[in-house]
Design a binder for this molecule. Sequence first.
Ligand code: B1M
Length: 233
Amino acid sequence: MSDEEDIILSDLSDEELVEQMWDDLYDGLKEEIEEGVNILLERGWAPYKILTEALVGGMTIVGKDFRDGILFVPEVLLAANAMKGGMAILKPLLAETGAPRMGSMVIGTVKGDIHDIGKNLVSMMMEGAGFEVVDIGINNPVENYLEALEEHKPDILGMSALLTTTMPYMKVVIDTMVEQGLRDDYIVFVGGAPLNEEFGKAIGADAYCRDAAVAVEMAKDYVQRKHNQGVAT
Ligand code: B1M
């Protein structure tokens, strides 16, 4: 234990530091995660590389032990809090690319689901790529999505779900959009760890996005196509 306390993060090599950050994330040590992120930035690491390798990499380990009953909700909450500390440092850097305005998106996690790290990451990356993002948070019933669409008229609606029990709610939202004659006005993207492409197709989404980088690529592609169609008609 005292060995761990003695570790000076800045003395570690990049590889050792990333592994130490996985441990620190696992232990929910927010300040250490923030320090690690700052050290990697000083060493010239790109924000996206830090995000994926040090933070998402660490959260994957947490997820496995959560699944296997080694970690429980309170510990995972601390890990999530530490991850958010690191993400907060990276957010302005990811958003600072000076990318031209590409389009807009409303994004939220579906009803019954309070997981928001993945959604936040998608928002950050989309903003970094030049999209205007309206984040409506977690636990959203269909009414919240419809209100946000009405108010902001985005190009894209993004929905996130991390639970097998909440992912079917995405279909409720899409079906309601169809019923109200709104479905074709928006590009609908879905994402979250338990989803796959087949599910996305089955519920009538335009695309399933495996991760934040895919979401950005898909968004550029679909918005471009939408605008081209607009010009053609
Ligand atoms: Co939860 N949890 N959790 N949890 N949790 C999972 C999802 C789980 C897989 C853990 C496990 O068993 N291995 C499991 C779900 C099992 C299942 O449904 N099959 C689970 C469970 C069971 C639960 C509870 C039911 C536990 C309990 O209470 N007994 C409970 C449910 C609460 C609820 O929502 N009602 C619960 C609670 C929690 C915490 C609150 C403790 C915490 C959330 C804190 C927070 O988000 N603020 C938590 C966490 C942290 C996790 C794990 C460990 C990590 C999730 C995460 O943040 N990943 C998770 C295990 C796992 O996923 N491996 C787990 C990192 C993030 C960057 O990845 O979210 O996948 P991800 O997002 C990616 C992509 O999926 C994609 O891009 C992102 C970035 O690349 N993406 C999108 C996501 N959303 C997108 C939207 C898009 C596009 C792409 O729109 C365009």
